[in-house]
Ligand binder design. Structure first.
Ligand SMILES: Nc1ncnc2c1ncn2[C@@H]1O[C@H](COP(=O)(O)OP(=O)(O)OP(=O)(O)O)[C@@H](O)[C@H]1O
Ligand SMILES: [Mg+2]
Length: 221
Protein backbone atom coordinates (compact mmCIF):
# COMPACT_ATOMS: atom_id res chain seq x y z
CA UNK A 1 0.00 0.00 0.00
CA UNK A 2 1.45 3.35 -1.05
CA UNK A 3 0.54 6.29 1.16
CA UNK A 4 -0.48 9.21 -1.03
CA UNK A 5 -1.34 11.77 1.63
CA UNK A 6 -0.12 11.70 5.22
CA UNK A 7 -1.71 14.30 7.49
CA UNK A 8 -0.35 14.69 11.01
CA UNK A 9 -1.21 16.90 14.00
CA UNK A 10 -3.23 19.46 12.01
CA UNK A 11 -4.41 22.59 13.85
CA UNK A 12 -5.97 25.76 12.43
CA UNK A 13 -6.98 28.85 14.42
CA UNK A 14 -9.56 31.36 13.24
CA UNK A 15 -10.23 34.74 14.84
CA UNK A 16 -13.76 34.59 16.26
CA UNK A 17 -14.54 38.17 17.35
CA UNK A 18 -12.08 38.73 20.17
CA UNK A 19 -11.49 34.99 20.73
CA UNK A 20 -9.45 32.46 18.87
CA UNK A 21 -11.29 29.40 17.68
CA UNK A 22 -9.30 26.22 17.17
CA UNK A 23 -10.39 23.71 14.54
CA UNK A 24 -9.07 20.26 13.57
CA UNK A 25 -7.46 19.87 17.06
CA UNK A 26 -4.40 17.97 15.87
CA UNK A 27 -6.18 15.51 13.61
CA UNK A 28 -4.13 12.90 11.78
CA UNK A 29 -4.89 10.35 9.08
CA UNK A 30 -3.39 8.79 5.96
CA UNK A 31 -4.86 8.21 2.51
CA UNK A 32 -3.52 5.42 0.32
CA UNK A 33 -3.37 5.37 -3.48
CA UNK A 34 -6.70 4.20 -4.87
CA UNK A 35 -8.48 4.77 -1.56
CA UNK A 36 -11.75 6.65 -0.97
CA UNK A 37 -11.88 8.27 2.45
CA UNK A 38 -15.02 10.03 3.70
CA UNK A 39 -14.53 13.03 6.02
CA UNK A 40 -17.57 13.33 8.25
CA UNK A 41 -18.48 15.65 11.12
CA UNK A 42 -21.05 18.25 12.14
CA UNK A 43 -21.46 21.58 10.39
CA UNK A 44 -18.68 23.94 11.45
CA UNK A 45 -16.36 21.14 12.61
CA UNK A 46 -13.71 21.95 10.00
CA UNK A 47 -14.25 19.65 7.00
CA UNK A 48 -13.83 22.44 4.42
CA UNK A 49 -10.86 23.81 6.41
CA UNK A 50 -9.26 20.36 6.20
CA UNK A 51 -9.83 20.05 2.43
CA UNK A 52 -8.55 23.59 1.82
CA UNK A 53 -5.39 22.73 3.79
CA UNK A 54 -4.92 19.52 1.76
CA UNK A 55 -5.38 21.59 -1.44
CA UNK A 56 -2.68 24.02 -0.29
CA UNK A 57 -5.22 26.85 -0.27
CA UNK A 58 -4.60 27.56 3.41
CA UNK A 59 -1.63 26.91 5.66
CA UNK A 60 -2.35 25.21 9.00
CA UNK A 61 -0.98 26.70 12.24
CA UNK A 62 0.51 23.33 13.18
CA UNK A 63 0.97 19.93 11.61
CA UNK A 64 2.12 18.42 8.35
CA UNK A 65 0.42 17.54 5.04
CA UNK A 66 2.78 15.23 3.20
CA UNK A 67 1.79 14.54 -0.40
CA UNK A 68 3.64 11.90 -2.42
CA UNK A 69 3.82 12.32 -6.20
CA UNK A 70 6.04 10.89 -8.95
CA UNK A 71 8.57 13.60 -8.05
CA UNK A 72 8.79 12.68 -4.34
CA UNK A 73 7.16 13.68 -1.06
CA UNK A 74 6.57 17.29 -0.03
CA UNK A 75 4.93 18.87 3.02
CA UNK A 76 2.36 21.41 1.84
CA UNK A 77 2.43 23.04 5.27
CA UNK A 78 6.08 24.01 4.69
CA UNK A 79 5.76 25.34 1.13
CA UNK A 80 5.32 28.93 -0.02
CA UNK A 81 2.29 30.02 -1.99
CA UNK A 82 3.88 29.69 -5.44
CA UNK A 83 5.03 26.12 -4.81
CA UNK A 84 1.62 25.18 -3.37
CA UNK A 85 -0.13 26.61 -6.43
CA UNK A 86 2.12 24.63 -8.79
CA UNK A 87 1.60 21.44 -6.79
CA UNK A 88 -2.18 21.96 -6.82
CA UNK A 89 -2.31 22.63 -10.56
CA UNK A 90 -0.40 19.48 -11.38
CA UNK A 91 -1.39 16.93 -8.78
CA UNK A 92 -4.64 17.95 -7.08
CA UNK A 93 -8.23 18.11 -8.34
CA UNK A 94 -10.79 19.93 -6.19
CA UNK A 95 -14.58 19.64 -6.53
CA UNK A 96 -15.72 22.71 -4.60
CA UNK A 97 -18.96 22.67 -2.62
CA UNK A 98 -20.44 25.43 -4.77
CA UNK A 99 -18.69 24.28 -7.97
CA UNK A 100 -16.61 27.48 -8.61
CA UNK A 101 -17.16 27.17 -12.35
CA UNK A 102 -16.06 30.21 -14.35
CA UNK A 103 -19.38 31.79 -15.46
CA UNK A 104 -17.97 33.38 -18.62
CA UNK A 105 -16.49 30.10 -19.90
CA UNK A 106 -18.42 27.29 -21.59
CA UNK A 107 -18.54 23.77 -20.17
CA UNK A 108 -15.76 22.74 -22.58
CA UNK A 109 -13.58 25.71 -21.57
CA UNK A 110 -14.19 25.13 -17.86
CA UNK A 111 -13.20 21.47 -18.13
CA UNK A 112 -10.09 22.21 -20.22
CA UNK A 113 -8.96 25.10 -17.99
CA UNK A 114 -6.64 22.94 -15.80
CA UNK A 115 -4.91 21.77 -18.99
CA UNK A 116 -4.50 25.31 -20.30
CA UNK A 117 -2.92 26.27 -16.96
CA UNK A 118 -0.37 23.45 -17.09
CA UNK A 119 0.17 23.18 -20.86
CA UNK A 120 -0.95 19.56 -20.97
CA UNK A 121 -3.21 19.70 -24.03
CA UNK A 122 -2.44 16.03 -24.72
CA UNK A 123 -4.99 15.15 -22.01
CA UNK A 124 -7.78 17.17 -23.68
CA UNK A 125 -9.33 14.34 -25.70
CA UNK A 126 -9.57 12.08 -22.63
CA UNK A 127 -10.96 14.96 -20.54
CA UNK A 128 -13.73 15.55 -23.11
CA UNK A 129 -14.49 11.81 -23.22
CA UNK A 130 -14.98 11.98 -19.46
CA UNK A 131 -17.48 14.83 -19.96
CA UNK A 132 -19.44 12.50 -22.26
CA UNK A 133 -19.25 9.65 -19.74
CA UNK A 134 -20.67 12.04 -17.17
CA UNK A 135 -23.65 12.59 -19.50
CA UNK A 136 -22.79 16.11 -20.60
CA UNK A 137 -21.77 15.64 -24.25
CA UNK A 138 -24.71 17.79 -25.39
CA UNK A 139 -23.78 20.60 -22.98
CA UNK A 140 -20.20 21.29 -24.06
CA UNK A 141 -21.07 24.71 -25.49
CA UNK A 142 -23.45 25.69 -22.70
CA UNK A 143 -22.51 28.16 -19.96
CA UNK A 144 -22.78 27.26 -16.26
CA UNK A 145 -25.90 29.40 -15.69
CA UNK A 146 -27.73 27.35 -18.36
CA UNK A 147 -27.21 24.12 -16.39
CA UNK A 148 -29.03 22.50 -13.48
CA UNK A 149 -27.29 22.05 -10.12
CA UNK A 150 -26.62 18.38 -10.83
CA UNK A 151 -25.18 19.19 -14.27
CA UNK A 152 -22.88 21.84 -12.79
CA UNK A 153 -21.76 19.35 -10.18
CA UNK A 154 -20.77 16.91 -12.95
CA UNK A 155 -18.90 19.65 -14.85
CA UNK A 156 -17.02 20.44 -11.63
CA UNK A 157 -16.10 16.75 -11.36
CA UNK A 158 -14.93 16.59 -15.00
CA UNK A 159 -12.81 19.71 -14.44
CA UNK A 160 -11.27 18.32 -11.23
CA UNK A 161 -10.20 15.17 -13.12
CA UNK A 162 -9.06 16.78 -16.41
CA UNK A 163 -5.37 17.02 -15.50
CA UNK A 164 -5.48 13.45 -14.08
CA UNK A 165 -4.43 14.42 -10.56
CA UNK A 166 -3.05 12.03 -7.92
CA UNK A 167 -5.26 13.50 -5.20
CA UNK A 168 -8.93 14.39 -5.62
CA UNK A 169 -10.74 16.46 -2.99
CA UNK A 170 -14.53 16.79 -3.02
CA UNK A 171 -16.51 19.00 -0.65
CA UNK A 172 -20.12 17.80 -0.25
CA UNK A 173 -20.25 16.70 -3.91
CA UNK A 174 -23.82 15.47 -3.49
CA UNK A 175 -24.99 18.36 -1.30
CA UNK A 176 -27.35 19.82 -3.90
CA UNK A 177 -28.65 16.60 -5.41
CA UNK A 178 -31.63 14.29 -4.93
CA UNK A 179 -30.84 10.75 -3.73
CA UNK A 180 -30.82 9.17 -7.20
CA UNK A 181 -28.55 11.83 -8.75
CA UNK A 182 -26.35 11.73 -5.63
CA UNK A 183 -25.77 8.04 -6.01
CA UNK A 184 -24.95 8.43 -9.74
CA UNK A 185 -22.52 11.27 -9.03
CA UNK A 186 -20.67 9.46 -6.26
CA UNK A 187 -20.42 6.28 -8.34
CA UNK A 188 -18.95 8.24 -11.26
CA UNK A 189 -16.55 10.12 -9.03
CA UNK A 190 -15.29 6.92 -7.37
CA UNK A 191 -14.98 5.09 -10.69
CA UNK A 192 -12.98 7.86 -12.36
CA UNK A 193 -10.74 8.27 -9.32
CA UNK A 194 -10.10 4.51 -9.34
CA UNK A 195 -9.36 4.56 -13.11
CA UNK A 196 -6.72 7.24 -12.49
CA UNK A 197 -5.23 5.33 -9.52
CA UNK A 198 -5.76 8.52 -7.49
CA UNK A 199 -6.93 8.91 -3.89
CA UNK A 200 -10.18 10.66 -2.95
CA UNK A 201 -11.01 12.66 0.17
CA UNK A 202 -14.73 13.42 0.24
CA UNK A 203 -16.32 15.64 2.88
CA UNK A 204 -19.95 14.65 3.31
CA UNK A 205 -23.08 14.76 5.44
CA UNK A 206 -24.62 12.08 3.23
CA UNK A 207 -24.61 8.64 4.88
CA UNK A 208 -24.89 6.99 1.44
CA UNK A 209 -21.62 8.65 0.38
CA UNK A 210 -19.93 7.71 3.67
CA UNK A 211 -21.08 4.11 3.20
CA UNK A 212 -19.63 4.08 -0.34
CA UNK A 213 -16.14 5.06 0.97
CA UNK A 214 -13.47 2.54 1.96
CA UNK A 215 -13.12 4.25 5.37
CA UNK A 216 -14.56 7.18 7.31
CA UNK A 217 -12.62 9.72 9.35
CA UNK A 218 -14.56 11.98 11.71
CA UNK A 219 -13.70 15.63 12.34
CA UNK A 220 -14.37 16.61 15.96
CA UNK A 221 -15.96 19.98 16.56
N1 LIG B 1 -12.17 32.41 7.06
C1 LIG B 1 -12.68 32.14 8.29
N2 LIG B 1 -12.64 33.06 9.29
C2 LIG B 1 -13.11 32.78 10.52
N3 LIG B 1 -13.68 31.60 10.87
C3 LIG B 1 -13.75 30.65 9.92
C4 LIG B 1 -13.27 30.85 8.58
N4 LIG B 1 -13.47 29.73 7.86
C5 LIG B 1 -14.08 28.86 8.71
N5 LIG B 1 -14.24 29.41 9.93
C6 LIG B 1 -14.83 28.75 11.12
O1 LIG B 1 -14.17 27.50 11.31
C7 LIG B 1 -15.10 26.49 11.62
C8 LIG B 1 -14.99 25.35 10.63
O2 LIG B 1 -15.45 25.79 9.35
P1 LIG B 1 -15.53 24.82 8.10
O3 LIG B 1 -16.09 25.59 6.99
O4 LIG B 1 -14.21 24.17 7.90
O5 LIG B 1 -16.57 23.73 8.66
P2 LIG B 1 -17.34 22.55 7.89
O6 LIG B 1 -17.16 21.31 8.72
O7 LIG B 1 -16.91 22.50 6.48
O8 LIG B 1 -18.86 23.01 7.99
P3 LIG B 1 -20.10 22.69 6.97
O9 LIG B 1 -20.45 21.24 7.21
O10 LIG B 1 -21.17 23.61 7.44
O11 LIG B 1 -19.64 22.97 5.57
C9 LIG B 1 -16.48 27.15 11.64
O12 LIG B 1 -16.79 27.45 12.98
C10 LIG B 1 -16.28 28.43 10.86
O13 LIG B 1 -17.10 29.45 11.34
MG1 LIG C 1 -17.87 22.80 4.66
Amino acid sequence: MTVLLDVGGLVKHYADGTRRREVLHGMSFALAEGEVLAITGPSGSGKTTLLNACAGLLVPDAGSIRLTTQSGTVDLARLGEGARTRLRRHHIGYVFQFFNLVPTLSVRENVLLPLALTGRQSLAARALERVAELGLAESLDAFPDQLSGGERQRVAIARALAHEPRLVLADEPTGNLDAASASTVIELLCRHVRDLGAGLLVATHDSAVAARADRNVGVVR
